[in-house]
Design a protein around this ligand. Structure first.
Ligand code: ZN
Length: 444
């Protein structure tokens, strides 16, 4: 393996091709009649070796890769890596195959429905590509420990879950041992959403990590309630009106619709259609209704293929010591095809890889409950059920129940009655792989 810690972290062109190390001394002509000291031939820049050259083969064989996810991106990634010539690949996925996967997750057949994705994908690729060993694990990434992760040289993710990405990102940062260069595992992360996608190379603690860029990923689209109620312009607004306002009005606040119940979806569809007709809006369909209420983002096979290809190229480049992506490529296929590559910056106050605590300028009159609500709104941390404490006391704890009950009265209290300026608040949350430290100051 090349020492990737020294390669391409500042400019994409600072890495060296494996060909630089190629032995070009063989096969020389007859010795010169006059004895002359043979000079070393100049290293040739930019010469690429054939994929089946012994040097490339050795580099690929020496590289054990972990693929996380065996779904839309994962099938593509496993196929690409195996066909590139990597010999040992492990794959983790906790899902089983669903009928609706078959249109794009091409390693699966109707007979495989209900089977674990990781196992079926591994067997399929091993049958088609002789000489590759794929070790599946049907379960969660959280089941595995540091020892397991430390056996790999590169980790590549094709996931649709932000939570799993946050977890593996934090795990790889946590595993860094500054004394041991082998502890640095490059993380190649691919993601797609409809016609959009991104591929990125994360070198834990060296460049921007997944957590550093969390604010780039928006929460699922939501529409302002006033637009839904008063000035709908899109079919989605009418569907939201039916599901958010009309359903509870007609069926009561406590009766939640079931997104898997066709009668409920039909009711929402009819109600949204009436609304749309009133405002001259077209485009409300049954499947759009289902898509909006279930928050379904269509998965598109070609986007997966493009992003997986890009990710696998980066794996290949890192494995063979070539210059690689620094560090973020986004792909937009909505209107034509557009890609943009940039260097996403590390966030100094990143809770996972940063060095400094984030500061929070707070209104001293604000209640603790409002602070918790405002934390949930922040796109850079994306919390679900935050618990807050200071060095000396628990401010509000979501669990266990006894502690929740004991700290609940604090929710109504003003911040100035609970915390002092300069104190640190520690925030923990189910969605957070680590805790966040907030240094408190008061707004003037
Ligand atoms: Zn970070």
């Amino acid at each position: 393996m090349t020492d990737y810690a020294n390669v391409g972290t500042t400019t994409p062109s600072s890495g060296r091709m494996l060909s630089d190390m190629e032995d070009v001394h063989e096969d020389h002509e007859q010795p010169h009649p006059i004895e002359e000291e043979q000079e070393e031939p100049e290293e040739e820049e930019g010469v690429m070796l054939a994929l089946d050259s012994p040097q490339i083969q050795a580099a690929l064989e020496a590289c054990k890769i972990l693929v996380i996810g065996a779904g839309g991106l994962g099938c593509e990634i496993l196929k690409n890596l195996a066909l590139t010539g990597f010999k040992e690949i492990h794959v983790i996925d906790m899902d089983t195959i669903d009928l609706s996967n078959l249109n794009r997750q091409f390693l699966f057949r109707p007979k495989d429905v209900g089977q674990p994705k990781a196992t079926v994908a591994a067997e399929f690729v091993m049958q088609r590509v002789p000489g590759v060993k794929i070790v599946p694990y049907f379960g969660k990434i959280q089941d595995k420990d540091d020892e397991y992760y430390s056996q790999f040289q590169i980790v590549i993710c094709g996931l649709d879950s932000i939570e799993a990405r946050r977890w593996i990102n934090a795990k790889l940062v946590e595993m860094i041992d500054e004394e041991d260069p082998q502890s640095l595992k490059p993380l190649i992360d691919g993601g797609t959403e409809g016609f959009k996608g991104q591929a990125r190379v994360i070198l834990p603690t060296i460049n921007s990590c997944y957590e550093c860029s969390l604010d780039m990923f928006n929460k699922p689209t939501t529409f302002p309630i006033c637009t839904i109620a008063n000035t709908p312009r899109l079919p989605e607004h009418c569907i939201e009106w039916a599901s958010v306002l009309e359903w509870p009005r007609v069926w009561g606040k406590d009766t939640k619709y079931d997104t898997d119940n066709p009668e409920h979806i039909s009711w929402l569809y009819r109600t949204a259609t009436e609304r749309a007709e009133k405002f001259n809006i077209s485009g409300v369909t049954y499947s759009l209704t289902q898509g909006v209420v279930k928050n379904i983002i269509p998965a598109i096979a070609s986007t997966n293929a493009i992003i997986a290809a890009s990710c696998c190229n980066e794996v290949f480049k890192i494995a063979t010591g070539s210059p690689y992506l620094d560090n973020y490529m986004m792909y937009t296929g909505n209107d034509g095809i557009y890609t943009y590559t940039f260097q996403h910056q590390k966030k100094p106050e990143c809770p996972v890889c940063g060095q400094i605590a984030a500061s929070a300028e707070l209104d001293r009159e604000m209640s603790l409950e409002d602070l918790i609500e405002s934390l949930k709104e922040r796109p850079d941390v994306q919390l679900k059920r935050p618990s807050l404490r200071t060095a000396s006391k628990s401010l509000y704890m979501q669990a266990p129940p006894a502690l929740e009950e004991a700290t609940r009265p604090n929710l109504e209290k003003k911040l100035e009655d609970l915390i002092e300026a300069g104190e640190y608040i520690t925030v923990t949350d189910v969605a957070l792989p680590v805790s966040i430290q907030l240094k408190v100051s008061w707004k003037e």
